[in-house]
Design a protein around this ligand. Sequence first.
Ligand code: FAQ
Length: 324
Amino acid sequence: MTHPTPAQTGIAPGETAEQHAHFEARIARGEKIEAGDWMPAEYRRQLIRMISQHAHSEVVGMLPEGEWITRAPSLKRKTILMAKVQDEAGHGQYLYHAAETLGATREDMLQALLSGKAKYSSIFNYPTHTWADVGMIGWLVDGAAIKNQTMLAGCSYGPYSRAMVRICSEETFHHKQGKEMIVAYAQGTPEQRAMAQDALNRWWWPAMMMLGPHDADSPNSGVLSKWGIKLKSNDEVRQEFINEHVPELLEAGLTIPDPDLHQDEQGNWRHGPIHWDEFWAVIRGEQGLNRERLGARQAAHDDGAWVRDALQAYTDRQRAVAAD
Ligand code: FAQ
């Protein structure tokens, strides 16, 4: 007879079924799990994986839009974009801190990103070709991120859940500014309309993919749902995203690049097949800008070495003074 593995049960060596039952009862009562509380090793590992990848996504996510700050078409658009890109840096900070509450170190997390071991969202490996891409990222990418993150704001781990509440309120501003921009262009000159449509053609499918593989192909979902980290599945969140965005994009006069898109009898918008081969190729770095994105992060990390050295020297001196 073969026994279930820790990966299947979530019970690691040294942990007992009673500890798990007590932990799961807390989650069932809707209690938040806090940093010092007992938690299964697999719960901790899953959270560190997910939160650190989320943090990396926010930081790498500054790159596609950041390229446009110097090319913004007006002072108003420039100030909005600068605020948005700064917000993403702040989100990275909250999330790295949330992962640190679980025992992860900043150095290890950054090393995992820079070495290519840790993932970041596939969406940020796509290039930004025109200014309308900035608006489309706000509308679609922040729109998809909000659907996912509103769900995570209710998750069982306190520090992640609280970070999500704050991040979602900032993402809502990002989403609104993107929508406002694209609606203005969709109703603007023929060139502006064409630019908005072209951006939608390129960002629609990547935005659909960023919410993760179909539920049947999502190996982490089982344990994440069981422990109240994921309160909705990848496909459920994707359906919410489509149901909100399809009517709004159509109302703006844009065409969604999916010939199979239709509404079913329940009013849900149903999409055509997603090109998962592209999704996995982008994640593996075989397609898209993975090398450029990691190169930019490595350069920023190297450029910041003197700041880390200075902080270390200051800390060492403060400690020496205190010891005296
Ligand atoms: N890209 O078993 P599942 C933003 C990986 S923030 C790359 O379904 P899970 C804000 C997944 O890691 C956007 N990899 O995984 C912003 C796993 O591999 P692993 C980021 C992906 O964790 C806006 C494997 O596939 N948001 O946009 C992706 O249950 C504008 C199997 O998948 C978050 O990170 C992907 N798209 O569900 C910033 C939210 N999808 O790790 C700037 C937190 C899946 O086992 C500008 N994360 N994979 O080796 C989550 O909610 C979940 O991790 C999912 C994936 C839903 C992303």
